[in-house]
Design a protein around this ligand. Structure first.
Ligand code: AMP
Length: 380
């Protein structure tokens, strides 16, 4: 008999995990997601749904009673509540790993203590500490909310000393940290996996292009030297060794001006910069996550085709229902997430553009540029 898998969050990540589970019916009998949006993306592909807030204690208890294993597609789950339901279901990654990762200050402290490179940072408890930190680090510097921040929404870039007060007021009442600004050459990431038995595998380094603090495009593989690739993959592996959690993790990094790697942040879940693996790799990150939390042998992470992933984001100029998007090109794989309503910069879908025989990365980028003007969501 297969297991019943509970997922906290039923958005596009939960949806793609549920789809991967359909090819593993011997291991997974059913998926139940907990999500506040009725008929969330994962429910549209057959997952059962408990409609409730991610932090609703009763709903998490109900999910744990109905599931053999619990995992998540968002990192904002309440780690204390999750810890209290460990007697009902196995939870991967563990609530302790989640507790460390979901607080950026604890996460960076943990990495630093384990000699894994991160930008300089300090904890902030008063505006005086921001002023002192800015004096030490120079401008610009980044004031960051420690928790519940994603897609850049938890960051305030302090460019001038006048910004200090504004930045501090912006986060009123939240726990904060200050970070040295890294004038990076490139943003890259490693999708890493560790199964419950301790086996670790990393996917090849990819290059990430952000716009408005949101991931726009991932180029697989990253256009960097072999030395940088080696360094980044070693750092990712070391991170997985010390973190101990089971599952897939997205490890975002910066390549500095002198070609060093520092970790920006870790997501304890499948990651947008790993969506290319659906077509580029021997094992998708979604299948890998399932293999990891079920304690199965991890799949091959070999990149079989050069691929660029492009996110379809909600148009900045409207909110509401939108026309279905159709995109055709050779080896273009469009995946829309079934969200009814578009909002500015909301992630509505993505496509993977897979390299044709003999096509170089530069040619693939050119092909993508020609497609981009058609990859726009319009109001109905
Ligand atoms: P985060 O939400 O912290 O991952 O940050 C979102 C984006 O802000 C990153 O992808 C970077 O482009 C930028 N960013 C975050 N931290 C730094 C930093 N210390 N120096 C420069 N840019 C940063």
């Amino acid at each position: 008999m297969g297991k019943i898998l509970g997922i906290i969050g039923g958005g596009q990540l939960g949806m793609m995990i549920a789809e991967a589970a359909k090819n593993m019916t011997d291991e997974i009998e059913k998926i139940i997601v907990l999500d506040p949006t009725e008929n969330c993306p994962a429910a549209q592909v057959g997952a059962e749904q408990i409609v409730a807030d991610f932090k609703n204690r009763n709903a998490i208890v109900e999910l744990s009673e109905k599931s053999d294993i619990i995992t998540y597609e968002i990192e904002s789950g309440d780690s204390d509540v999750l810890k209290s339901v460990e007697k009902n279901a196995e939870i991967n990654p563990s609530p302790e790993t989640l507790r460390i990762i979901q607080d950026k200050f604890l996460q960076k402290t943990f990495l630093k203590e384990n000699n894994i490179p991160v930008p300089d940072f300090i904890q902030i408890n008063s505006i005086e500490e921001v002023k002192k930190g800015v004096e030490d680090y120079g401008l610009p510097a980044l004031l960051k909310a420690r928790r519940d921040a994603y897609d850049g929404r938890g960051n305030y870039k302090i460019d001038t000393s006048e910004d200090i007060q504004k930045a501090y007021d912006y986060f009123k009442g939240q726990k904060l940290m200050l970070e040295r600004f890294v004038p990076f050459k490139m943003e890259v990431s490693v999708i890493a996996s560790r199964n419950t038995k301790g086996q670790i595998k990393t996917y090849p380094l990819v290059e990430n292009i952000h716009e408005d603090n949101i991931l726009r495009e991932t180029i697989a593989p990253a256009r960097v030297s072999d030395q940088i690739i080696k360094n980044a993959e070693e750092i990712a592996e070391k991170t997985m060794t010390v973190l101990k959690g089971a599952g897939v993790f997205g490890i975002e990094m910066f390549v500095t001006q002198d070609d060093q790697i520092v970790i920006n942040e870790i997501a304890p879940r499948v990651h947008n910069s790993g969506h290319h693996s659906l077509q580029s790799s021997e094992t998708s990150q979604f299948e890998q996550h399932l293999r990891a939390i079920l304690g199965l042998e991890l799949g091959s992470t070999k990149l079989v085709h050069n691929t660029i992933m492009y996110n379809i984001l909600g148009n900045k100029s409207f909110q509401g229902e939108y026309k279905p998007l159709k995109l055709d090109d050779k080896n273009l794989y469009l995946k829309m997430y079934g969200k009814k309503v578009s909002k500015p910069l909301r992630k509505l879908g993505h496509f993977n553009l897979v390299g044709n025989e003999g096509e170089t990365i530069d040619q693939l980028i050119e092909r993508l540029e020609a497609i981009k003007p058609r990859a726009i969501v319009e109001s109905t």
